[in-house]
Design a binder for this molecule. Sequence first.
Ligand code: ADP
Ligand code: MG
Length: 323
Amino acid sequence: EEVAAKIAAGEVVERPVSVVKELIENALDAGATEITIETREAGKRLIEVADNGSGILFEELPLAIARFATSKLSTAEDLFNIRTLGFRGEALASIAAVSRMTLFSCPAGAKQGGKIVVHGSKIETYEPVGLPPGTVVRVEDLFYNVPARLKFLKQDTTERNLINALVSRYAMAYPDVRFRLIHDGKVFLQTYGRGEAREILATYYGVEVARQMLEVDLEDADISVRGFISPISLTRANRKEITFFVNGRWAQDVALTSALLQAYHTLLMVGRYPMAVLFIHIAPEAVDVNVHPAKAEVRFRQPDRVFSAVQRAVRRALLAQPS
Ligand code: ADP
Ligand code: MG
């Protein structure tokens, strides 16, 4: 059972940034307006995510860390109409299987909050504690019991950069939420929940790049494509700066990236790529997010319509740029 739990965990938790992603998504699903992410040693020693969301009832804490326990779907039809970021009930259980996890939580208005400590899936402590409303998930010594995983982790700078890229994108996708990212006691990124997307762009790319990025804004029937792309004068040597969100969920999708690149057509020099952060919104039933536990891939019911919308949105932004 313990081995099975660790293998299953590997599907969801590959490296520190995977933990950060799952915890941020849980906080967003809980309706948080403030999310603070703290790491030590690039997340290998500690990852802590605190939110002011709806919290978990004391009685439900053990359920939250149980495998396949989700509070977000109640009927089979829900699976075809997913409006939350999580729905598998795998993340907390998977993280708990490969770390020393402590979950503190208190719903607003509850008489008391609770604390549960889990080491490699085993509950060590479960007790009531006084807490402000919200949830704190503390993940210590990630992969302490999976040496093979530990060996595959990259240098701290690399792991930290992955976390920075992820958090800054989520901050852009959710401009009304205040994000704070702290590495080893030092604030790396802070947003103010004022809904200023370009301001958030600047915190990550710097003011000059943010100023040059072109705004994308297309609405076509039930599809909307918004965000930012770089002009032709501002390219990179790889595709890493191309990010998509589909219905608020980070999507790493080769087909979407190709569609975007086609819109640049003959404009790009060989081996050069634009920077882009694009947010696609589409009816939930038109996209299947149920592809893989890490949920980075998406499958559209009508991919061509989506790709075409992305291309038109990008071309329009490029044409509108001041020359
Ligand atoms: P999923 O998100 O797929 O439901 P998780 O394992 O990520 O599964 O979380 C399990 C459950 O724990 C969630 O369904 C939710 O009820 C609860 N939960 C987890 N994190 C939070 C949080 N930050 N705030 C409130 N509830 C949470
Ligand atoms: Mg989740």
